[in-house]
Design a protein around this ligand. Structure first.
Ligand code: GLU
Length: 463
């Protein structure tokens, strides 16, 4: 039973890398019958923002990852942290350091000049004298001075940090506020977190956090450090590679299930399976199978997954989601037919909206490139004859196949190639050459509307 958490800092929107971390923690907690908690790491007052917090909570709601209990806010827990800092001071496991900025700079410089990695030299570790009166001290932890800090990472196996890589680092600033690594440990302990899945950019933090766990006598949780998501050039994913803000994916017309499916595969696999429903993710996901190497963002794969989920979504749900994109289709009497047709070829909800609107709205203009390519006097004459044929036809004209039945002989009679007739009809009916199947559109529009749109286009000379 894993108790996991996601712990974003509200300094910006929720990044898709963050959502992947949240998803993995969520899946593992739910799969094992444990708990998934949300903690807002808002101790950096200068960089926190209310908007960022809202964006994070909103993104969670959109993707439907539910968390257990109340959201924890670090900013409300300062007294708890200070209590633990005092405990370490009382037990002589932490100490005040009165080094001035100048002294620190000088130390760093001399170490760098000697080719050493800068590290605190422990000069106040066992200080018993009278401290300088003009310095507000920071608080440092007594880190082990020799040996190794080791842990078994669920992704990276044995991790070993030599103690000379970790100095007596600061746990509280001179104003008494605790630093990031300290509060994370206290919270993870008090929240009962048993497993921590997070980006591998936190690996060195983990070594420091283990020093704190040990000083406080807390159980160390199991860690899984997830390799980063890179762009196709192998560099860290950034804004330049497209959207990175989770909510921007919503605006671009992605479905949350497609995004989650995409993210679960960015760093984890199950054979060569690509499509995972939430149920399957919950059954199959195991953090012990997270890939050891970084993953590569693939925009085409995401689009392909999105198309899959749109195609397989019930029409009523699609109609509901379309409202967000200002596409109101509920009241339309052919809503089922329209969605059945349009969802087959939509990569995003915006594309779906676009093809729906091509059908339900009378064209206000005609695509110029299409007109130049497909419309000429001869074809306008053919269109007139075609429209007349439809008008005079006395049989049933309800289904796509009815239109096909009368159109096929017409094409043969005038020795036309399919696009020669279909593209002009498509242009006349929708204003575009990109619309779905002509027969289906005609069946949706009905005979009267088809004739009206064809005659209007002819009258307006497709302009
Ligand atoms: N607040 C940290 C971040 O946003 C996460 C810390 C953690 O998962 O331990 O990167």
């Amino acid at each position: 039973m894993a108790i996991t958490r996601f712990a974003p800092s509200p300094t910006g929107y929720l990044h898709i890398g963050g959502l992947r971390t949240a998803l993995y923690n969520y899946l593992w907690a739910r799969k094992t019958g444990g708990e998934f908690k949300l903690r807002i790491e808002d101790t950096d007052m200068a960089r926190n923002s209310e908007d960022a917090l809202k964006a994070i909570l909103q993104a969670f709601e959109w993707v439907g990852l539910d968390y257990d209990g109340e959201v924890e806010y670090q900013s409300k827990r300062m007294d708890i942290y200070k209590g633990y800092i005092q405990k370490l001071l009382d037990e002589d496991k932490a100490y005040y350091c009165y080094m001035s900025k100048e002294e620190l700079d000088a130390l760093r410089e001399s170490q760098t000049a000697a080719g050493l990695t800068p590290r605190y030299d422990g000069r106040y570790r066992d200080f018993k004298g009278t401290p300088p009166s003009d310095i507000s001290p920071v608080i440092r932890i007594k880190a082990p001075q020799e040996g190794e800090i080791c842990f078994i990472d669920g992704v990276k196996s044995d991790m070993v940090f030599s103690c000379d890589q970790v100095d007596d680092f600061i746990i509280a600033r001179s104003d008494g506020t605790p630093i990031y690594n300290f509060v994370v440990v206290i919270d993870d302990h008090l929240m009962g977190i048993t497993e921590v899945l997070r980006g591998d950019d936190h690996l060195t933090n983990t070594a420091k956090q283990i020093v704190i766990y040990e000083a406080l006598g807390f159980n160390v949780p199991k860690f899984y450090h997830i390799p980063m998501i890179n762009n196709p050039e192998g560099k860290k994913l950034s804004k330049r590679d497209g959207a990175t803000d989770v909510m921007e994916y919503k605006n671009l017309g992605y479905l949350p299930e497609a995004l989650l499916n995409f993210l679960v595969r960015l760093g984890w696999s199950h054979g060569d399976q690509e499509i995972f429903s939430m149920e399957e993710m919950l059954t199959l996901f195991d953090p012990n199978n997270i890939n050891k190497s970084s993953s590569c963002y693939n925009a085409e794969k995401l689009l392909w997954l999105n198309a899959h989920y749109i195609k397989n979504k019930p029409n009523q749900e699609l109609a509901e989601i379309l409202k967000f994109y200002d596409c109101e289709i509920h009241g339309h009497d052919k809503v089922e037919m329209i969605l059945d047709l349009c969802k087959e070829r939509a990569g995003t909800m915006l594309e779906l909206k676009n093809s729906i609107e091509l059908i339900i709205n009378t064209p206000s203009s005609y695509d110029e490139t299409g007109v130049n390519k497909f419309i000429n006097e001869d074809i306008v004459k053919i269109l007139e004859i075609y429209a007349k044929m439809i008008m005079d036809y006395e049989g049933e004209l309800h289904l796509a196949c009815d239109y096909e039945t009368i159109t096929k002989p017409f094409i043969a009679q005038y020795a036309l190639k399919m696009p020669q007739l279909f593209q002009p009809i498509r242009l006349a009916l929708t204003g575009s050459t990109q619309a779905p199947s002509v027969y289906d559109i005609m069946a949706i529009l009905g005979k009267n509307e088809v004739l009206k749109r064809i005659y209007t286009a002819i009258e307006k000379k497709f302009s």
